[in-house]
Write a protein that binds this ligand. Structure first.
Ligand code: FA5
Length: 352
């Protein structure tokens, strides 16, 4: 019996430790401790055949061995469980440093990028950024800019007028009928960003330096350089002693920084009702013999505009300019057709 117990003990030690899974370990438990045919159980069953002294002796030894086998099983179960967890962790490991699958993402529209770049350049020159509404009144878009009703200069801007409900009268087509109720301003989609000049000067005392980028609308046929909806960049600088030389410097600085090379400008006499004198601004790379590109309208702020904004034209002087942002973009990126910007064509937009 002692030998048998010794044999079981040796077998238990090696075989329990050799179990590779919890299932195998359970088989080993049944093999040694199983109620029916467990090796140790069989020994304990034979105890009754032994002499009393021998019985106590072997009984003690067998119980000690059972405890040992139970302990071996528990210990090995713990080992198997923890390595099972490790293998699960290993299998399900997530390498957070691996490049992921990116969801497709859009990016800023090229015009938005360009406008932000323009704003940065002017901010660094000490200009603030101002805004005005897209739906404008006739007063700010025209009258305050020295373009009274019936003035032929109104023809310079083909206007989208807004149909309005006039209080206490029938529907009127504002293009055809005179509005008797002068309290109700006629509304339109602004044809240029110049109204922001007036709105800003009403609220701010000079000296002032602003740009006003924004969307404008014109009721005209589209082609490679004309859209019915496009962006303008308005600029305005007012102080006691501002001259065309100040304008030249600012605008040359702007083009030089925007195009990343030294640019020069040429001013040609022109006409705008809200500036006097007025000019068209042409530009080209400095020192180049290339063609001049017409890029902006500009001039010295007309005294009537100061008056409309509540400023004394004897006290203040300023320059203003207005240019098409799409036209700048066409030049900067050598794009052949302005209509691409609003086409929504992803193949075009992806290139920026
Ligand atoms: C004006 O709108 C004046 N308000 C500019 C100005 C401001 C002059 C301040 C003096 C002082 P004009 O109509 O020329 O001017 O338009 C200015 C620029 O807008 C043009 O030079 C051109 O670059 C751009 N532009 C005009 N029409 C269109 C169009 N249909 N599509 C795209 N860009 C246009």
């Amino acid at each position: 019996m002692h030998d048998e117990l010794k044999h079981i003990e040796n077998a238990a030690e090696t075989e329990i430790r050799a179990a590779k899974t919890l299932d195998e370990l359970e088989e080993r438990r049944i093999q040694f401790l199983g109620r029916e045919r467990g090796a140790l159980t069989l020994i304990l069953r034979q105890l009754k055949n032994l002499a009393p002294a021998e019985r106590a002796n072997v009984g003690n030894e067998a119980n000690r061995l059972r405890e040992k086998v139970e302990r071996l099983i528990d210990e090995h179960a713990a080992v198997l469980r923890s390595s099972a967890r490790e293998s699960i962790l290993e299998r399900e490991r997530i390498d957070v440093s691996r490049p992921g699958k990116r969801p497709p993402r859009g990016h800023l529209h090229p015009l938005t990028k360009l406008i932000r770049e323009i704003e940065q350049i002017f901010l660094s020159l000490g200009f603030a950024v101002a805004e005005g509404p897209d739906v404008e009144t006739e007063w700010y878009n025209f009258d305050a800019l020295n373009i009274p009703a019936h003035h032929p200069a109104r023809d310079m801007w083909d206007t989208f007028w807004l149909r309005q409900k006039i209080p206490s009268t029938k529907h009127q087509d504002p293009n055809k009928s005179k509005i008797k109720n002068l309290e109700t301003p006629r509304l339109l989609l602004r044809t240029h960003t110049s109204p922001v000049q007036v709105r800003y000067m009403e609220k701010h005392q000079p000296p002032l330096r602003i740009i006003a980028p924004g969307v404008v609308y014109r009721y005209e046929a589209t082609d490679v350089t004309h859209e019915i909806q496009f962006h303008q960049l308005e600029g305005l600088m007012v102080d006691r002693d501002i001259s065309i030389a100040n304008f030249r410097y600012v605008i040359e600085q702007f083009f030089t920084r925007l195009f990343g090379k030294a640019m020069e400008v040429r001013l040609r006499p022109s006409y705008f009702p809200f500036t006097e004198p007025s000019f068209e601004v042409d530009m080209r790379a400095k020192g180049s013999k290339g063609a001049w590109l017409e890029i902006s309208g500009a001039g010295m702020v007309h005294p009537n505009v100061f008056k409309a904004a509540g400023l004394n034209p004897k006290q203040w002087q300023g320059f203003a300019f207005g240019m098409g942002i799409e036209r700048l973009a066409l030049l900067k990126w050598k794009i052949p057709d302005v209509r691409l910007f609003h086409s929504g064509d992803i193949r075009f937009l992806k290139q920026f």
